[in-house]
Design a protein around this ligand. Structure first.
Ligand code: KIV
Length: 277
């Protein structure tokens, strides 16, 4: 049975970007999960999670799409508002949806500001490190909008790459990812998600930059780890890449509970008189 027991290691202070950078310095791992609603966010807060990402994975997990591309700014604001209601201690970061930050630095800046202002989150995340994106990050940084980068496998580029294979396995791609990490740091990002890259590359980047790295399939050397919550809780059963560890099997638990409920209702076992007025 795995449960958070209120260890003395846990600190109850509100998590800030400054706190994350201190955690990198002291070697305390940064614990991150995705969430898309208030109830789940509250449970993760009470379980000691440091950072909650309202990932555009909500397009897959919540909306049932096959990619993240159809998520809109309105969807992001809606879900992030709910998460900020439920999560008090963790840093809440909203993922900028596809085409909300690629057109120009100006548009990215405006959209990031709108997401923060309307949802109450503490910062945004965006994928990639092209020049217009770096320019956008600098402007956000100047205006006090904390930005998290995302390198390696970037799901919004699925139609360009054609698959969700690991990135940075060949030296040229590895060098590009490494240089992009330096560029994101230079532009003012406060942390970088590294997705599905070799552990050695995750280590090299983590050692080379001063801002925290958050790994998902990027090995054990990153400063923190993130997983999509429905994967680690065993709600998504068909998706099982090597980097997902299942800490529960909620798909089966929920199915069994709902099955018993359907039987109780059909067999006139629910509600009883004790459960009535
Ligand atoms: O959208 C998302 O959930 C993400 C995480 C996988 C990092 O970007």
């Amino acid at each position: 049975m795995l449960s958070y027991s209120g260890s003395s290691d846990y600190d109850h202070k509100k998590v800030t970007t400054l706190r994350l950078s201190e955690m990198k310095k002291t070697g305390r791992k940064i614990v991150c999960l995705t969430a898309y609603d208030a109830l789940t966010a509250k449970i993760f807060d009470e379980s000691g999670v440091d950072l909650i990402l309202v990932g555009d994975s909500l397009g897959n997990i919540f909306q049932g799409h096959s990619t993240t591309l159809r998520v809109t700014i309105e969807d992001t604001i809606y879900h992030t508002k709910a998460v900020t209601k439920g999560a008090k201690r963790p840093l809440v970061i909203a993922d900028m949806p596809f085409m909300s930050f690629q057109v120009s630095a100006d548009e990215a800046f405006r959209n990031a500001g709108r997401i923060m202002k309307e949802s109450g989150c503490a910062g945004v995340k965006l994928e990639g490190a092209s020049n217009p994106i770096l320019k956008g990050i600098s402007r956000m940084n100047d205006a006090g909008i904390p930005v998290m980068g995302h390198l390696g496998l970037t799901p919004q580029s699925i139609n360009k790459f054609g698959s969700y294979r690991a990135r940075g396995k060949d030296p040229q791609e590895a060098e590009q990812i490494f240089n992009d990490a330096l560029a994101l740091q230079e532009a003012g990002a406060f942390a970088i998600v590294l997705e599905k890259i070799p552990a050695e590359l995750g280590k090299k980047i983590t050692e080379a930059i001063e801002i925290p790295t958050i790994g998902i399939g990027a090995g054990p050397h990153c400063d923190g780890q993130i997983l999509v919550y429905s994967d680690m809780l065993g709600l998504t059963v068909e998706f099982s890449p090597r980097f997902v560890r299942r800490y529960a099997h909620l798909y089966d638990v929920i199915k069994e509970a709902v099955h018993v409920y359907t039987e109780d209702v059909r067999d006139h076992n629910f509600p009883s008189l004790d459960e009535s007025y």
